[in-house]
Design a protein around this ligand. Structure first.
Ligand SMILES: Cc1cc2nc3c(=O)[nH]c(=O)nc-3n(C[C@H](O)[C@H](O)[C@H](O)COP(=O)(O)O)c2cc1C
Length: 368
């Protein structure tokens, strides 16, 4: 069985190890969703990941409702990503862009007062992050069938821009209760047309989007993320296997680079559910690289590889707080805890200042 430190081919991307950086929204772009210089430093610090999956990045104004999150729909945004990907490559790393349409999670404040789009007219529970603080979500309007070609164009433009910005590929964000997930799962999708009802219909938008992205980037530079289990931002499915197993099979037929699954961790903090994990069934149906995520330690990650359930593991909070995570795992060194108060705060604090083993050693020597 492979070790976490063995290389792996993820489609066209040669990853030198199986310790991936999970996508992490950090809110360090500008109000116009343009990447900033500190983002280049942050990602370059983490270039020893087998592969970095970028923070979720808006494909369109309609799809982005997170303060200071980056986008990939304007020339200015695209240009500003260039130094970021360049810094990662110069440090020996690889990075794909996570493409994000938030659907009903976008607050009307971001849309000039318009309602957000979704599969159906529904309202997410809880509150939206907006520039004016937290506000209740608004009811979405169902995306019209006649709007789907435009949505596919938005994904295609963002993919083209990602490649122009120097990304090694893209990951479609189809997890965590955002737009694609709002189509996939029957708790949010109440449509009666060809995009709703049966699992086959609920998968349709996903497949159309992935085919469109792959037509621009190549299937071998296209990845997808699902969160099949439990309730995420009010999106849930009555029978996750019935939709996610055929969805994974369809992605295998397209020949995507890898599929990443965010599943409930052992402590039940995310997507808490009594439903059995879908990953073992997806493993059977999907014959390409499978990446698992949520609450992994070095030991449990290696165990997942040993059991044959996964080919690689994506780490979120551990990578946020440990820029040199692969080296720390290799040496079984202690990990810095992450500080939630600075997850989304602006500026370098809690962003660029997490120490590496090397910087800790230098500091200890200087203190002697
Ligand atoms: C601060 C923060 C931001 C996140 N942003 C994203 C994101 O942009 N896209 C995404 O798919 N998941 C996002 N997630 C979820 C993580 O990718 C990951 O699934 C989660 O942290 C669990 O993995 P971990 O236990 O290794 O931290 C975020 C999580 C955190 C803590």
């Amino acid at each position: 069985m492979p070790s976490l430190f063995d290389p792996i081919r993820l489609g066209a991307i040669a990853a030198p190890n199986r310790i991936l950086m999970a996508p992490l929204t950090r809110g360090r772009a500008t109000r116009e969703h343009v990447p900033t210089a500190i983002m280049a430093d942050y990602y370059a610090q983490r270039a020893s990941a087998g592969l970095i999956i970028s923070e979720a990045t808006g494909i369109s104004r309609e799809g982005l409702g997170w303060p200071y999150a980056p986008g990939l729909w304007t020339d200015e945004q695209t240009e500003a990503w260039r130094p970021v990907t360049q810094a990662v490559h110069d440090t020996g790393g690889r990075i794909v862009a996570q493409l994000w349409h938030m659907g009903r999670i976008v607050h009307p404040d971001f849309l000039g007062g318009d309602r957000p789009v979704s599969s159906s007219a529904t309202t997410a529970p809880g509150q939206a992050h907006t520039y004016a603080g937290k506000q209740p979500y608004a009811e979405s309007r169902p995306l019209g069938i006649d709007e789907i070609p435009r949505l596919l164009d938005d994904y295609a433009r963002a993919t083209k821009n990602a490649l122009a910005a120097g990304f090694d590929g893209v990951q479609l964000h189809a997890a965590n209760g955002y737009l694609i997930d709002q189509f996939l799962r029957d708790g949010a999708n109440k449509r009666s047309d060809r995009y709703g009802g049966s699992p086959e219909n609920r998968i349709r938008l996903l497949v159309e989007v992935v085919e469109r992205i792959a037509s621009v980037a190549g299937a071998d530079r296209t990845a997808v993320r699902f969160s099949p289990n439990g309730d995420t931002q009010g999106v849930i499915d009555s029978d996750p296997e019935s939709v996610f197993v055929p969805a994974a099979r369809a992605l295998g037929q397209i020949g995507i680079a890898f599929l990443e699954l965010r599943e409930p961790g052992p402590d039940g903090t995310f997507g808490s559910t009594a439903q059995p994990k879908v990953s073992p069934a997806i493993r059977q149906a999907f014959d390409r690289p499978l990446v698992l995520n949520q609450d992994f330690s070095g030991a449990t990650a290696q165990a997942a590889l040993d059991s044959g359930l996964a080919d690689a593991i994506a780490f979120g909070r551990p990578f946020l707080a440990n820029p040199d995570l692969p080296e720390r795992l290799r040496r079984a060194a202690p990990l810095n805890p992450d500080v939630a108060a600075t997850w989304y705060s602006r500026g370098p604090e809690g962003y660029l200042d997490y120490p590496t083993l090397e910087s800790e050693e230098e500091e200890a020597e200087a203190a002697e």
